[in-house]
Design a protein around this ligand. Sequence first.
Ligand code: ADP
Length: 488
Amino acid sequence: MRLLQVCSEIFPILKTGGLADVTGALPDAFKKIGIDTRVVLPGFRAITQALTKSEVVAEIPSRFGAPPCRLLKGQLKGLNVVAYVIDCPYFYDRNGGPYADEHQRPWPDNHMRFALLGWVAARLTQTLDPRWRPDVVHAHDWHAGLTAAYLHAFEHWTGIPRIPCVFTIHNLAYQGNFAAHCFAEVDLPLYMWGVNGVEFHGQLSFMKAGLFYADQLTTVSPTYAQEIQGAEQGVGFDGLLRGRRDQLTGILNGVDPLVWNPATDAHLAAQYDHQHLAGKMGCKAALQAQLQLAPKPDAPLFCVVSRLTHQKGLHLVLEALPQLIQAGAQFALLGGGEHGMEVAFRQLAQAHPQSVAVRIGYDEPFAHQLIAGSDMICVPSLYEPCGLTQMYGLQYGTVPLVRKVGGLADTVVHCDLEGLVHKTATGFVFDHFSSHDLLAVARQAMALYKHADEWQALQQRGMKQSFDWQRAAKAYQQVYQRATKVTP
Ligand code: ADP
């Protein structure tokens, strides 16, 4: 099977969130089960700089207001996958992020920048690269959503049957919605403007294009697949998703053991595994020293590694922290996002320098050090499609405190009496989105932390969990097989 993966970010080259971890890990996992995978990406600066052995595959005529550009093919440093890169500096070579400028303002021409991605992906199923054509296209998140629409449009225009498309929702709340007039700028047939098409409440929606036109849909955990069919988490798409529930599959993300493994992690002060946990104490001491926290080996150290957005529920942490500090806990955060939240965490750190440390920004090595050196990791999300940091926590013996939602509910087993007696517990799970409930489980965690043997057993159970990408790859393979059966 030949697979074309369409995405806008890929680890380790360009990452703003979990999407990149997934698109970076899947090609390798697919290779092991015989799926010949290629990736198509916009030529953001980081991507073109990482491209080696590149050759020009095709000249792309002027489209969507961009001048003529080229499609390159090559290898991306650190990844073992053939990559097609849309070399269109006019759209992609900018200071700032892939979706927004330095001030977090979305690029005003995003609809055209990501229309080009979908259009090129769909053209790759035809003759854009005369030497390779996929059997299936897999588009990720709204940035790649128009791929599915262009596949239908080309079929409509040429009469040639389209290649099937699978679309994965990584976060339904980011929808790529644009003003109605943008529809005229993305070269789709007029019949697609409507409720049975790419229109969503009078706007052009890239997410809707993916949800409506893809042959199969997936999302990144079984619980989130259920939740998005309801009004609360469906963000306006619940009706559409209920209608497509037979084509919607929840596939839990994995953890790449070459990147996230405390036994081999070169970022850490000391390595460790579930049988030799001493190294974790070394990591904690190093972290406390680095952050100038009080050097107390017995102080329970909570951490957060996260985007600072309302979704992540970190205002609950802010509310709970004064009482936790009072009870002897320490806290360290790595993240960036909403200005007000950055300021609030910074103020807390200034008020309690011995107990709270805050680092604003994006820092991959420090994320590893923070997770390894902490005792617990908090993920109190309002909603969470999958969530990766709780899984990293489990692998690193850093007990997760999570809200019972989405992928968090699928990956952490609550440490109640039953979980302790039956030896199934791996962390602490609370239900109601309130600082009161977060505080309650945090207190339970601190109480158990004092019992070193039981705490260690909890850590070891988490560390022995397997979040294998091969399992996910096989589940995607089944979805591809279903997709290839339904189209003519
Ligand atoms: P989301 O995709 O919603 O941001 P996930 O938990 O699925 O949340 O994935 C977040 C990914 O980004 C994880 O790999 C996490 O380690 C990483 N991450 C988040 N914030 C930072 C940061 N400030 N520095 C380094 N890595 C970060």
